[in-house]
Design a protein around this ligand. Structure first.
Ligand code: SDX
Length: 427
């Protein structure tokens, strides 16, 4: 007999089963709550509410554990490459050589983006934030790829998936190049997936592209570290938009908008802006720590805290080490890294942060590496989206293959009770 909980309400008792996951997480299955009791639940921010059963990513916030399809983030960041991890997240297993080669070949076949899309990009001012441009272009792709909209078969889903994995990096590169006033061109199918992304982003018109292994490896690792994170804000957005059968590209466009927020993926840009402000302020970290603790000050220590991790974000640990390595390998001495380390040390010793279990998250150090790789600050969250793409795709595919119902939360109404209309002359 599986475990259950009993709810007592108005003299009646109601049993609800306990669901237990493969990592022994337990949840109350309340699918019959309203029909049995007339009650619903309320949980702003869904801090205590699970939206689905998922087999993609497991994280333990108390222990600082993160695994993609059972593989630890530490092993994947060290031993895998981003395309392998994308395949793993989407299809559930690490690909063998032939599967990986076919996956990459199928992606390359789809790397053309309709030239008409450039007219849409032209409509944006150079000052447009790249996340708004990217979300718009991703949605615009639907018009040029109508067969990727109403996909129901696994085969149709596969084609939509390789199409977006091919075209999204082109849109990312074009978004950056538009900002820099550089020609919008394509990559080189002879290159690796991440190397090709780097070429598309950074090749200068008058020079041959020169690959740099340190840069490519660092970018590959960062993309792996951002690839999925179970039911975070933007992934939940992708799932709920996809649950109306709006299509993969439309769901991704919504996810990009959700990620943009400074409380979510936009934090990596906000961290760098915060560190630069501290540097401009003579490195006065204590002033910013005080602001972060002042309840009357809306300022938060960006890159710190997490809804789930109440221990170190394992990704932040890996990125912190990588930041040292990349800057050292590239011969860059960035005072911003020292400010970040000083701020981290202070926060980890400050009761306000310790009591609230606020640790550095994935966004705290990532911007320092992006900056060392020559990526403009405004593009940091776009890089987060590029990394998160396979995770969003995997979660959307799982939701569709599981035939999950359309997402439609309930509410508790706290507005006016019924009242009759009053003519305007009598108000
Ligand atoms: C990402 O969900 C994911 O998995 C997201 C992500 C992913 O991979 O998809 O991991 C990526 O979004 C990482 C988070 C990036 N955001 C930031 O770095 C922004 C700064 N952090 C916070 O705004 C905050 O920590 C959140 C949004 C990340 C989490 O907020 P919660 O879980 O809603 O926690 P909360 O706001 O209720 O905070 C609890 C307490 C509050 O103080 P009290 O009311 O108890 O006195 O901690 C305080 C907060 O004021 N607090 C902070 C703080 N974060 C929380 N105080 C100062 N600085 C901070 N950064």
């Amino acid at each position: 007999m599986s475990d259950k909980v009993t709810l007592e309400f108005k003299g009646n008792k109601y049993d609800f089963p306990i669901v237990e996951g493969t990592e022994k997480e337990q949840a109350i299955d309340i699918k019959t709550l309203r029909s049995a009791t007339g009650l619903t639940t309320i949980d702003p921010g869904y801090k205590n509410t699970g939206s689905c059963e998922s087999a993609i990513t497991f994280l333990d916030g108390e222990k600082g554990i993160l695994r993609y399809r059972g593989y630890s983030i530490e092993e994947l960041a060290e031993k895998a490459d981003f395309l392998e991890v994308a395949y793993l997240l989407i299809f559930g297993e690490l690909p063998n050589k032939d599967q990986l080669a076919k996956f990459h070949s199928d992606i390359k076949k789809e790397s053309h983006v309709d030239e008409e899309m450039k007219k849409i990009l032209d409509g944006f001012p150079k000052s447009a934030h790249p996340m708004g441009v990217l979300s718009s272009l991703t949605s615009a792709l639907i018009a040029f790829n109508p067969s990727s909209v109403n996909v129901t078969s696994e085969n149709d889903m596969y084609h939509a998936i390789v199409r977006i994995l091919a075209k999204f990096p082109v849109l990312v590169a074009w978004t950056l190049r538009k900002k820099k006033g550089l020609p919008l061109d394509y990559g080189d199918d002879s290159l690796g997936y991440v190397e090709n992304i780097h070429k598309m982003m950074f090749k200068r018109p008058s020079e041959d592209y020169k690959s740099n292994k340190i840069v490519i490896d660092a970018l590959d690792k960062l993309l792996i570290l951002h690839a999925d994170h179970e039911q975070n804000c933007s992934t939940s957005t992708v799932r709920i938009v996809g649950s109306s059968h709006a299509g993969l590209f439309a769901s991704l466009s919504a996810g990009i908008s959700a990620l943009w927020g400074p409380l979510h993926g936009g934090a990596n840009q906000a961290v760098l802006e915060m560190l630069e402000a501290i540097e401009a302020d003579g490195g006065d970290t204590k002033k910013y720590m005080a602001k972060a603790k002042d309840k009357n000050d809306p300022f938060r220590l960006m890159g710190f805290g997490h809804r789930v991790y109440k221990n170190f974000d394992p990704r932040a640990k890996i990125i912190k080490v990588a930041a040292d390595e990349v800057l050292n390998d590239l011969g860059i001495d960035d005072p911003i890294l020292d400010i970040a380390k000083g701020l981290e040390k202070e926060a980890l010793e400050d009761p306000y942060f310790v009591d609230r279990k606020l640790y550095p998250n994935v966004d705290f150090y990532s911007g320092i590496i992006y900056r060392a790789l020559g990526i403009p600050t405004e593009m940091f969250t776009v890089m987060f989206a590029l990394g998160r793409l396979p995770g969003w795709i995997a979660q959307w595919r799982e939701m569709r293959l599981n035939n999950e119902p359309i997402g439609r939360p309930r509410q508790v109404y706290v507005g006016e009770n019924h009242r009759s209309f009053v003519d305007v002359n009598k108000r």
